[in-house]
Ligand binder design. Structure first.
Ligand code: ATP
Length: 288
């Protein structure tokens, strides 16, 4: 599902959560939506799912406006927190409701996921643990097979084995049933291997929209003798350094051209990748 946001503004009274946000996602991919706390991720997903109406600007899904457009909203699933989406008596009731809401619902797959996460259909959703409720959200989000499916950090309450089971299930189901998926997360290292493209917002504005590979290609770890590293990074943007005896490793940001690479090789330095998390910290301005 193609997403076009143009000059999108969302205000909560005095607070401007989305500030003339403009971007286009061609769809059919897994997108990572990253941003610091309060940067506007939930606000953006709320507008994309017509949970909130924008204050100004436009948002189109496959060319159609989202607000008060049931044909579009039935194709969008936003999983924020199990509580909000499936807080309806028993787990079986929640699944029944989701099936009623979603033309693309796959009941057999939902059953399979319930078993995968050890969830009981007769259990009362309100009485579930935080992780179980998150898993309920994951079941509803995946089995909905909505053309636009968004998980807003909803899986963070799950323990590590369950989160990894979710990532595996998501990838397998996405391969079998391609659709547009947006994941917001603060567990960047854990989730970013799934992202095909990354969108980073800061204070309601877009700061990066790039293919994951291209974004990662902008960060380098330069390792070698301390003096050689220091010489090489002069004039480059250094994100951080680590010293281990006579060896130093510096993280630099920016494209390295052929001349730089030659210079590194001549100085006996090795160039390696850096983690998405480091790039994210740099792009969003370091600790606040
Ligand atoms: N219901 C609300 N009423 C008033 N202000 C709000 C409301 N919801 C969000 N905000 C404000 O809007 C801004 C963006 O919040 P939002 O929840 O979209 O950020 P986020 O990126 O999802 O943050 P986090 O990573 O902490 O979940 C923040 O300044 C927040 O305080």
């Amino acid at each position: 599902m193609r997403i076009e946001a143009r000059d999108l503004v969302l205000r909560y009274g005095e607070v401007t959560a989305l500030d003339r946000l403009t971007f286009e996602l061609e769809g059919g991919k897994i997108y990572g939506l990253l941003g610091r706390n309060g940067s506007g991720k939930t606000s953006l997903m709320s507008v994309l799912s017509a949970f909130r109406k924008q204050s100004a600007g436009s948002v189109l899904l496959d060319g159609a406006p989202v607000w008060e457009n049931p044909a579009v909203t039935s194709a969008v699933s936003l999983i924020r927190d199990a509580g909000e989406s499936v807080d309806l008596g028993t787990a079986a009731d929640a699944l029944y409701f989701a099936e009623w809401l979603r033309p693309t619902w796959d009941a057999a797959y939902a059953k399979e996921l319930m078993e995968l996460f050890g969830l009981q259909p007769k259990a009362n959703v309100k009485a579930m643990s935080k992780g179980q409720r998150s898993a309920m959200g994951v079941v509803v989000g995946l089995a909905s097979r909505a053309p636009l499916t968004m998980f807003d950090e909803s899986y963070l309450g799950m323990d590590a084995p369950s989160r990894h089971a979710f990532y595996d299930a998501l990838l397998a189901d996405y391969m079998a049933h391609p659709r547009t998926i947006i994941l917001s997360t603060h567990l960047i290292e854990e989730v970013s291997p799934m992202f095909e493209e990354v969108v980073v917002i800061d204070r309601g504005r877009l700061i990066v929209h790039e293919e994951t590979e291209r974004l990662l290609a902008r960060g380098h770890a330069v390792t070698g003798a301390a003096a050689a590293v220091d010489g090489f990074v002069t004039g480059l943007t250094v994100l951080g350094e680590k010293v281990l005896g006579p060896t130093k490793s510096a993280m630099v940001y920016g494209e390295l051209d052929a001349a730089h690479r030659r210079k590194a090789a001549e100085a006996g330095l090795t160039l390696g990748p850096i983690a998405m998390q480091e790039l994210f910290i740099h792009l969003t301005g370091g600790p606040k």
